[in-house]
Ligand binder design. Structure first.
Ligand code: NAP
Length: 253
């Protein structure tokens, strides 16, 4: 990552997958810019940025607000001549939609999950692509619930299915500019978002008992895979979903 500038969206706290990825990028010599959603996270994320390195900046960006995306892009443009990697580590659904039967999902809840968790990748990619003047890598985070039914994942599973399709269409559109677009499908990790899913601890237990590696996923493993996809080692890979889940997705029972 040396000589590369990376934008990492979606740090809420030290347990965020985005933070593990930012740590790995800094370890590998990258310049990193973090974003957080709003004032509630400002202080925490500024402290986390400072803990990474004195050069890491933290900028507010709610991805549902086009003017904030524009400001983010302008700020990056002012501070560096190019952008090489972007990590989209953002998702949201109403908590009640992650605990009641999927069939009861409201129209508003469905659209909210799609806007924040799927459409935002498209919005971010469109905004940052002009900064990737030497090509680049865009990466998002998805979950097995996109392709299999996972109890209580519900509307988020549908949003992740759309997100994975967005990855493929963006990869096709942006490939001629040498911009690669991929997703990492991470195994379950205890983060603030994951805690919103009813009975999440049962999911963790099921994976530890049945995954080929007989354990859960460590955020550092997700982060190392992100380094691979973000840097030149991953130069031939685009439009892919890479599972970093202790192998759980291959199991039928
Ligand atoms: P997390 O720490 O809660 O990160 C989710 C981030 O999304 C938070 O920083 C959150 O900000 C942000 N966000 C939500 N709405 C936003 C908006 N409108 N604008 C900007 N940011 C917004 O949880 P995480 O588990 O690391 O999640 C990161 C990604 O990994 C998500 O896409 C998630 O689905 C995916 N993933 C997680 C797991 C897992 O088990 N943890 C597994 C596979 C994939 P606020 O805190 O301010 O809302």
């Amino acid at each position: 990552m040396s000589g590369k500038t990376a934008l990492v969206l979606g740090v809420a706290n030290r347990w965020s997958l985005a933070y593990a990825i930012a740590q790995a990028f800094v370890r590998e010599g990258g310049d990193v810019v973090l974003t957080y959603q709003g004032d509630r996270q400002k202080e925490t994320v500024e402290e986390l940025a400072a803990a990474l390195s004195k050069d890491v900046r933290a900028i507010a960006c709610n991805v549902t607000k086009p003017e904030e995306l524009d400001q983010l892009v302008a700020s990056i443009k002012n501070n560096s001549d190019k952008l090489d990697a972007v990590v989209h580590s953002i998702a949201f659904a109403n908590p009640e939609d992650l605990s009641r039967p999927f069939v009861e999902t409201s129209r508003d809840g469905y659209l909210l999950a799609q806007e924040v968790s799927s459409y935002s990748l498209l919005a971010v990619a469109r905004a940052v692509a002009p900064l990737m003047t030497k090509g680049g890598s865009i990466l998002t985070l998805t979950y097995l619930g996109a392709v299999k039914v996972v109890p209580n994942y519900n509307v988020m599973g549908v949003a992740k299915a759309a997100l994975e399709a967005v990855v493929r269409y963006l990869a096709s559109d942006l490939g001629p500019a040498n911009i690669r677009v991929n997703a990492i499908s991470a195994g379950p990790v205890k983060t603030a978002s994951a805690r919103g899913i009813k009975d999440f601890s049962k999911v963790l237990g099921g994976v530890a008992a049945h995954a080929p590696l007989r354990r859960n996923t460590d955020p550092a493993e997700v982060a190392d895979a992100a380094v691979f996809l973000a840097c030149d080692l991953g130069r031939g890979v685009t439009g892919n979903v890479l599972y970093v889940d202790a192998g759980f997705q291959v199991m039928g029972l």
